[in-house]
Design a binder for this molecule. Sequence first.
Ligand SMILES: NC(=O)c1ccc[n+]([C@@H]2O[C@H](COP(=O)([O-])OP(=O)(O)OC[C@H]3O[C@@H](n4cnc5c(N)ncnc54)[C@H](OP(=O)(O)O)[C@@H]3O)[C@@H](O)[C@H]2O)c1
Length: 245
Amino acid sequence: MGVVPAGTATTAVPASTGRPYVLLSCATSIDGYIDDATEQRLLLSNTEDMDRIDAVRAGCDAILVGAGTIRADDPRLVVRSARLRAARQAAGLSPSPVKVTMTARGLLDPAARFFTVGDAEKIVYCAGPAVDKTTELLAGAATVVDAGDPLDPARALADLAGRGVERLMVEGGATVHAQFLTAGLADELHLVVAPFFVGDRRAPRFVGDGAFPWHPGRRARVAEVRQIGDVVLVRYALSERCADG
Ligand SMILES: NC(=O)c1ccc[n+]([C@@H]2O[C@H](COP(=O)([O-])OP(=O)(O)OC[C@H]3O[C@@H](n4cnc5c(N)ncnc54)[C@H](OP(=O)(O)O)[C@@H]3O)[C@@H](O)[C@H]2O)c1
């Protein structure tokens, strides 16, 4: 794993081909929903699976969610296990990975737990027109990076690579996952299926419409299937970089 320097700065991102290893993580209902239509966050994983997710987080340099997930779920995005935090620190890393988000409009609350919980660096990739406003809004809470107009996830990944991020976990939501998948910017997908239906088309699904690189004529490779209590994890290999097992 790499190391990301701390500090609050606004930087223009150069175009580059280098990017971290990108692992997408998502939990769905049997009918493919990632949430319900209520204000409350829908619990899809179980305790054992959340421990697995914690370990995956601990093995990454950075965790990314979209601004929509910060607004909807107010996630903390830190490693919960004291043992895993201690192991990271023993390896010279911050207790939890760097937190990363993307926004076009800059509608982020500096009081959100993304910004207030944990000592790790927080990086906000922002579309050019909203950079000044967002930098002012998040002063002292995050590093705001001008990622162009429109914001290009590939450029954000190149910038993360430049900051020493070698392994990135993308935890949603639907918009962000769809962008990384359709742009061919994912190496691995961890898809957890919870044993119930949501059955409400007002709720968000894993991804919406799009031209995905994996379709009936090009099937993704299953790297692993694992039952974890009452949920099932399927690990899809989406690039040659993804190993089996
Ligand atoms: N089940 C799961 O595993 C899981 C995990 C995470 C989230 N979720 C659910 O997912 C839902 C949220 O999904 P979502 O699609 O609304 O939100 P999202 O994907 O988390 O974030 C979308 C937002 O990110 C910003 N963004 C994304 N790509 C961008 C780009 N290329 N350029 C500029 N800005 C970009 C925009 O923010 P601005 O609007 O600020 O411009 C956009 O509105 C919630 O219901 C949440 O509970 C489920």
